[in-house]
Design a protein around this ligand. Sequence first.
Ligand SMILES: CC(C)(COP(=O)(O)OP(=O)(O)OC[C@H]1O[C@@H](n2cnc3c(N)ncnc32)[C@H](O)[C@@H]1OP(=O)(O)O)[C@@H](O)C(=O)NCCC(=O)NCCS
Length: 157
Amino acid sequence: MIIIRRTEQRDLGKIHMLMNGNLDKYFEPSVINFFFMQWPAGQFFAEDVFGRPAGAVCCSVLTGGRVSISLLAVDANHRRQGVGGRLLDNVRNTCLIQGYTTVQLEVRTTNFNAISFYTKRGFVKSEYLPRYYDDGGDAFRMVCDVRSMGRIVEQRT
Ligand SMILES: CC(C)(COP(=O)(O)OP(=O)(O)OC[C@H]1O[C@@H](n2cnc3c(N)ncnc32)[C@H](O)[C@@H]1OP(=O)(O)O)[C@@H](O)C(=O)NCCC(=O)NCCS
């Protein structure tokens, strides 16, 4: 069983390790702390019943009022079990409650699993960002209207 709850200060060390173990770029602890301080309501943590981390999402509010999904990772042993989707559901609910209407993120053009994940939840590619990453990798910016964010059920015609 995986529990999803709002991130607390005591989780930040675990989230730092989780992000650096599952994302392809190193982040300083101060980055995780920055998101937590900037928008505490936009941070969610997934853990098993023993308190072991299963996933986390760190969001921020951008100038102009869009919400950014800044860091999202699910531990490899817990992927494709809906944990990432549940983390996003919590982000969506917080946005709805606080009146934010648009969510955006950047994803590597080669990260097909993540692009599939976001596309199935209503995100669309809005921009191609060449050499967006420090290593020269390209990104897509993806955006979603909060009201249509969530699992999209494929319809048969
Ligand atoms: C992207 C990520 C957060 C998804 O989390 P998750 O808990 O596995 O996602 P869910 O179980 O809620 O949703 C699964 C969906 O994600 C996509 N997906 C995730 N892993 C996939 C894989 N190995 N192969 C194909 N599709 C995959 C699919 O669309 C899948 O839907 P399906 O099961 O109907 O095919 C997770 O794979 C991850 O942490 N990846 C590494 C870090 C990363 O890339 N983060 C995003 C950076 S922008």
